[in-house]
Design a binder for this molecule. Structure first.
Ligand code: GUN
Length: 288
């Protein structure tokens, strides 16, 4: 049977509408500062979308675009200014950063109370302890979409494919808090297909187009595709298109529910960034 398609764009839209109502009703002016260093085209698109989405729901947003040659000291100076600015409730430094800049040093310089990405060691540590913290946006979005498909996750086997600090590790923490039995698989995992076949929930976050095959999916599983891979479009020579880490055609005939790319996890990442920014402006650190 064909899987239910989990419509991340629709879920994200509802979330944004709810936040817009809250901002208007409470007369809040949440402020989000987004910092982009260099000219990575994908990052430019993400940053533009984040700023636009913030303004659409009544937030203030500032985009700080810095040259690719920016030094670490210059970037740390800007962070210090944003930390001090009372109009700025959330600070996001778009990753990746140019190689002369130590991303961990930059993340650690952000005030943890303004760390709407949830990447600061304090927030990452709190998340792993089950304490209130800013939860990274993509993992938070994945959990909302998983719960759209199944509200009771207790005892389910979850496989996270990918061990990044941005997605793999935090989403594994959240699945564990939801009482799943969690496995983190990665490029060195032996017999990945077998690991996938045992999973009731599969979160693919490895950045390899069409990597997860339909035959790897347990019948009825919930499949969350975090991949955003731009490939040449065989149907339109000279054009590109976005595909996920999961072979959607193959997986969607086995899975119980699956997220599409685009229109799945992507819009949820932005909605959850706004959610964290609203929490920061309300003085609420959120709950892990
Ligand atoms: N680059 C890719 N994903 C993210 C994200 O969620 N936050 C930031 N800051 N950079 C990213």
């Amino acid at each position: 049977m064909a899987a239910r398609i989990i419509d991340g764009a629709a879920v994200a839209k509802k979330l944004r509408q709810k936040m817009a109502e809250q901002i208007a009703a409470q007369r809040l002016t949440p402020g989000l500062a987004v910092v982009l260093v260099g000219e990575n085209p994908a990052s430019q698109v993400y940053v533009r979308n984040k700023g636009r989405a913030a303004e659409e729901i009544g937030m203030k947003s500032w985009t700080h675009t810095l040259a690719a040659e920016t030094t670490q000291a210059q970037l740390l100076d800007l962070i210090a200014k944003l930390n001090r600015d009372p109009a700025v409730h959330g600070i996001l430094v778009q990753l990746p950063l140019p190689k002369q800049i130590d991303a961990q040093a930059v993340i650690a310089a952000i005030d943890p109370a303004k760390d709407v990405d949830g990447f600061h060691p304090i927030n990452a540590g709190k998340l792993s302890l089950g304490l209130p913290a800013f939860v990274p946006c993509t993992p938070q979005g994945c959990m909302i979409l998983i719960r759209e498909a199944e509200s009771n996750l207790s005892g389910l086997k979850a496989l996270v494919l990918g061990r990044s600090n941005i997605v793999g590790k935090p989403v594994a923490q959240l699945l564990l808090q939801a009482d799943c039995t969690v496995t983190i698989a990665h490029s060195r995992t032996k017999d990945l297909a077998e690991e996938c076949r045992a999973a009731d929930i599969l979160v693919a976050a490895i950045g390899k187009p069409d990597f997860v095959k339909g035959g790897w999916i347990k019948p009825g599983a919930i499949v969350i595709d975090v991949g955003i891979n731009r490939i040449d479009d065989p149907a339109n020579p000279g054009k590109t298109r976005l595909i996920g880490d999961v072979d959607f055609a193959g997986a969607s005939v086995k899975a119980g529910a699956i997220t599409p790319v685009p229109g799945g996890v992507g819009p949820m990442t932005i909605a959850c960034l706004l959610k964290n920014t609203l929490q920061a402006a309300s003085g609420d650190m959120g709950h892990a």
